[in-house]
Design a protein around this ligand. Sequence first.
Ligand SMILES: *Cc1c(COP(=O)(O)O)cnc(C)c1O
Length: 243
Amino acid sequence: MSEQRRAEIAESLREVRERVDAACRAAGRRPDEVELLAVTKTFPAADAALLADLGQAAFAENREQEARGKVAEFASLRPESSARWHMVGQLQRNKARSVVRWADVVESVDSTRLAEALQRATANAIAAGERTAPLDVLIQVGLDDAAGRGGCPPTDVPVLAAEITRHSDLRLRGVMAVAPLGGDPDVAFGTLSKIAQHLREDYPEAVDMSAGMSGDLESAVAHGSTRVRVGTALLGGRRLISP
Ligand SMILES: *Cc1c(COP(=O)(O)O)cnc(C)c1O
C-alpha cells in the first residue's frame, strides 16, 4: 500500500513540477522563481513524509486544529527533515498561540487584530523557547466580494501592511490570494500582481506573491506568482469534510 502510494505521489509530483516549469517557460521566467507548496490538508502526515522523501520542502495546511497534530506527527516520522510549514487558511485570533508553535509562515493575515494576536503569540513563543525565528506573514487579499472567504479588501492593504511592519516579531513577505470561484483567474491574478508590485515598492522584502492552485497555476505563474499552492493535483481528490 505504502509502496503504491509512494509511486502515485512520485508521479503526480513529477507532473506538477513539469506544469510549473512549462508555465515558467511560457512566461519567460526561470523555474526557480516559483516555489511549489504542497497542500496536505485532509491527507495524513505519512503523505507529507513521502513527499519530503521526494525532495518536497514546503507544506501547507488550512485548519489550525488539523495541522498542529499533523506537523507533530510529521516531525516524528521524519525527525531530520527541515520542512517548512505554511498556514494558508482562515485563522481565528484564539488560534494564534497554537499556530506560531508549528508555522514558519502564516499566509492568511487579513486584519490588524489578527496581526496583533500573531505578534503577541510570536513574542511569547520566542520567550518560552517554543520558536526561535520571527514569523513570516503574507497579507491575504480578498479578490471577490463574497463574504466568509477571508482576505483583506485591496484598498485596505496599505494600512494593514503598515500595521504589520510595526510589529517587531512579524516579517511582511508579500501577498496571498485565492481566485474567486467561477471568476476569470487571469483577471484576479492580474489585480493581485498590481497589488504585489505596489507593496514591494514600499516594502522591498515583501517579494512573495502566493497564487495559483491545482486548477489555475498556469495563469498565476503568467501573472508573476512566486509560490503555487497545490493540493489535489499532488495528492488526489479530497473527501468533503464538515466545517
Ligand atoms: C486547499 C487550498 C489550496 C490547494 O487547492 P487545490 O485546488 O487542491 O490545489 C490552495 N490554497 C488554499 C488557501 C487552500 O485552502
